[in-house]
Design a protein around this ligand. Structure first.
Ligand code: GAR
Length: 197
């Protein structure tokens, strides 16, 4: 059974999908804790499923490094096999990424390497793209630049707003994330191999 720590900053719809699928005894992974860099709305999902949470605001620390070290300490309490950044809108300092790598993955609402960063959906619309997508990647020390685990295209409709497009991307993200966790748990995806390829 693969143990997961999921980190969020917002509503946690991907987190909820993982919590729901984990109720199936056949699913080979379980969320053991949910962390955030703020009092995230998505904690409500964790509480509903009886999963412990932790939250550390970067502003409570003198710098990114000490915040990152404290996050790492909290994560390690749960000894997870895999850490999932799912709507976690902060960048970890390199030493935290290095400590967790390659067992640190991220979901992103664009077809990477297109439109990396905090506004993947907005940037695709602003560029006038006719299609975007969703990606699940291994986290490295760049911004959304790590090896791609899975991705799928999502068409952009002429009347799309940032909100409508994001709502169509999210179900695709959820499917990709759940399949990626399944493949990692079953050994069909080897993160170490991906990260060193
Ligand atoms: C998701 O679309 C996730 O990919 C994105 O934030 C959303 C969080 O939704 N993450 C990024 O943009 C990171 N660069 P959720 O809180 O409802 O799961």
């Amino acid at each position: 059974m693969l143990s997961l720590v999921v980190l969020i900053s917002g509503g946690g719809s991907n987190l909820r999908a993982l919590l729901e699928v984990s109720e199936d005894a056949e699913f080979p992974a379980r969320v053991v804790a949910v962390g955030a860099d703020r009092d995230a709305d998505g904690f409500a999902h964790a509480e509903e499923f009886g999963i412990p949470t932790f939250s550390l605001a970067m502003s409570s620390f003198p710098d990114r490094e000490s915040w990152g070290d404290a996050m790492l300490e909290q994560i390690r309490v749960w000894q997870p096999d895999l850490v999932i950044l799912s709507g976690f809108m902060k960048l970890f300092p390199p030493r935290v990424v290095d400590a967790l790598s390659p067992n640190l993955i991220n979901t992103h609402p664009a077809y990477l390497p297109e439109f990396p960063g905090a506004h993947g959906v907005r940037d695709a619309l602003a560029a006038g793209a006719t299609q975007t997508g969703a990606s699940v990647i291994v986290v490295d020390n760049g911004v959304d630049s790590g090896p791609i685990i899975a991705q799928r295209r999502v068409p952009i409709e002429p009347r799309d707003t940032e909100a409508s497009l994001h709502e169509r991307i999210k179900p695709v993200e959820r499917e990709l994330l759940i399949q990626a966790v399944l493949d990692i748990a079953n050994g069909h995806i080897d993160l170490k191999e991906l990260a060193t390829a």
